[in-house]
Design a binder for this molecule. Sequence first.
Ligand code: ADP
Ligand code: MG
Length: 404
Amino acid sequence: MTVKTLKDLLDEGVTGRHVLVRSDFNVPLNDAGEITDPGRIDASLPTIKALVDGGARVVLMAHLGRPKGEVNPKFSLAPVAEALSERLDQYVALAGDVVGEDAHERANGLNDGDVMLIENVRFDPRETSKDEEQRKEFATQLASLTGDNGAFVSDGFGVVHRAQTSVYDVAKLLPHYAGQLVNKEISTLAKVAENPDKPYVVVLGGSKVSDKLGVIKALAPKTDALIIGGGMCYTFLAAQGHNVQKSLLQEDMIDTCKQLMETYGDAIVLPVDLIAASEFDKNAESKVVDLDGIPEGWMSLDIGPKSVELFEERLSSAKTIFWNGPMGVFEFEKFAAGTKGVAEAMIKATANGAFSVVGGGDSAASVRTLGLDEDGFSHISTGGGASLEFLEGKKLPGVAVLEA
Ligand code: ADP
Ligand code: MG
């Protein structure tokens, strides 16, 4: 791999140069528009600070949520600009547009060491367009924010699996470098992908089987145990003939799950008990049940205590652990015990020498919101889809483009 990194750019010298940085500021917001988990912003700071210290004129770009190509104040990066200003201890201006007059004027007006942010790149439909010409046109406008002698730093690890304009096309127009976060994520995940110490235990949860089928197929042959919990386990349980009642179920995936269990047999580890809930609500009535015990019309929102024990046991001897996807609806206190128990088991295994990686936005958020020690894991990835695709062995377009 011949990817130039931020260090190369700093060695070349950045004083007075405009550097366009793609960061991942896609943070969760509450109804009041406040950031509930600033993890991704914090993870982006080292690259930004290094550029500021080098005297660059930093133009940041990122997306937030899914505004679907339209300007929508609900998805403005204003809270991010504020959080950045606080953390960098310097004013970070937010342009009133993406690549319009205001963005250009502000970019022109930057002094050495200044930092600005353009508005949500997904306010522009060309960001995610399938039409290459449209993306190229948008990329040209983004690149023009840097004037002469500009550079592009790719640091949004959470989006490098997407061939979108601000991630992919813009890299073709400017000298390009991998930022510190992208670099660190890739070198860490490579350890898990290429030569994991055994036993290698993967824990998958979250909502959709179809999203994670690729990773199940790719990892099952490599792992000693593939533990499946969360919303996706019910399709597997249904495939075993259990009545999962109103639990999350992807009927069109039942056959695929059957085949996976036939092929990988004992490697796939499923829950042995569940927490049933009367409805999808934080105050729902709840009880511990066995796999056939979900009351009629109820649903399961977490794995049960015996499952936590079983998963703990498998994790206790692991030397490499990868975790993606919560074990239950951890956002509701009543249904957080499964996720918490399994996460604690991983922290324990890590203390005993295992190398553990957490990937996935909600999984990473669960570690923090459940009050667990982030440092208890070897690495918490900022990318969900990106880390999964990397482990599947897929080429990430946003990384591949940096190699050229
Ligand atoms: P990640 O972001 O870590 O990749 P996902 O986005 O795949 O994880 O899934 C996270 C979501 O899955 C959480 O919001 C959680 O509430 C939901 N979830 C987990 N278990 C269940 C369940 N049993 N029923 C419904 N939703 C669930
Ligand atoms: Mg998620």
